[in-house]
Design a binder for this molecule. Structure first.
Ligand code: HPA
Ligand code: ZN
Length: 339
């Protein structure tokens, strides 16, 4: 790619809106934490572990992702995990990030909700001071578990309402439609949380409809299968429901065969608020800038396309209108001064 566009992508201020903190767990840190917690990993080295990162579908990945999370036991572990991600995000000129965490992955094995959220939020606070990075936290329910379990998790979150901006839905999509979680999302909205949901990653466009109409999701994570349904595309544009697309994730989990098949250009042309994100960067071979760079290369994106998606990332963020105008002003200043 043209050197100038590459630098533009690297330097442009952006928000990341789809990243799972458990998916930022780099093998080096995994081994370090496993050792200090006296837990043995199935793999003998960082290289051997990385070698296992060959996935045929979402479930293949989830099996490794959940088993890696088993080494996280203490507040310090969650702190270190989060801090490591924030350092990488800052290096990519991410100035605002909205991070998913999966409390059930930890509470199911006896780690308390408080341990998880305190470790994460202490890192968010320190990174704000150290790097000036702004952040929000989104709690995801695991869709392969029951709605009852999600409801119990929501109850655990209520004392921490001030630290969580939204609820989301992740894990194995096929066979676990958004409608399975109708009641818990209703309850979460009544408690004042914003709502997002993974939909249309491996699942059909129908799941995106369910997410926006039944769960009233204000943003859709992935949503790439929306491209199969012209009426849905119109609906997303008219209702200004953003999509958090994760190209390298879709490639590594074989949602698409080739990055050229990611419908980012189609969403842009339709006027849908599409954004680019890393999902689980330590597993999928790249952080947010890698996603921008490789997508730009594959789809021949223009500088204007990149600007639009960076702007979309702020338009789609769960921040105050005052914060939004500050971020967009930063973006404009960058645009005007970039040579
Ligand atoms: N899809 C569903 N669940 C997930 C993902 C994903 O890409 N990453 C982490 N949990
Ligand atoms: Zn995801």
């Amino acid at each position: 790619m043209n050197e100038n566009l590459k630098r533009y992508i690297e330097l442009i201020p952006k928000a990341e809106l789809h990243v799972h903190i458990e998916g930022t767990f780099e093998p080096e840190l995994m081994f370090e934490i496993a050792q200090r917690n006296n837990i043995s990993l199935k793999y003998n080295s960082v290289e051997e572990l990385r070698d296992a990162y060959k996935f045929n579908n979402l479930q293949d990945f989830l099996d490794i992702y959940y088993s890696a999370a088993n080494v996280l036991l203490y507040e310090q572990d969650f702190y270190d995990l989060t801090m490591a991600y924030l350092r990488k995000a800052h290096a990519d000129n991410v100035i605002h990030t909205e991070i998913f965490f999966d409390p059930q992955t930890h509470t199911e094995r006896g780690v308390s909700f408080d341990t998880v959220i305190n470790g994460i939020t202490n890192a968010l606070k320190d990174a704000k001071t150290e790097f000036g990075i702004s952040s929000k936290l989104i709690m995801c329910f695991l869709r392969h578990l029951s709605e009852q379990s999600a409801m119990e998790t929501l109850k655990l979150a209520l004392p921490h309402k001030d630290k969580i901006v939204a609820v989301g839905l992740d894990s194995s999509e096929k066979g676990n439609p958004p409608s399975k979680f109708f009641n818990v999302f209703n309850q979460a909205r009544e408690e004042g949380f914003f709502v997002v949901a993974h939909a249309g990653e491996e699942g059909p466009a129908e799941y995106v409809w369910e997410a926006i109409d039944l769960l009233e999701a204000e943003r859709i994570d992935h949503g790439v299968s929306s491209v199969d349904d012209p009426d849905l595309m119109e609906e997303l544009r008219d209702r200004e429901i953003p999509l958090t697309v994760c190209p390298l994730s879709n490639l590594k989990l074989k949602v698409v065969e080739n990055l050229k098949d990611i419908p980012v250009k189609i969403f842009l042309e339709k006027g849908i608020l599409v954004t680019l994100n890393s999902d689980d960067p330590s597993y999928f071979g790249g952080y947010v800038n890698d996603n921008y760079l490789q997508t730009a290369e594959a789809l021949n994106l223009s500088r204007n396309d990149i600007y639009t998606m960076a702007k979309n990332s702020f338009l789609a963020s769960f921040i105050t209108e005052n914060e939004r105008s500050i971020f967009i002003e930063k973006l404009r200043e960058f645009e005007n001064s970039f040579v």
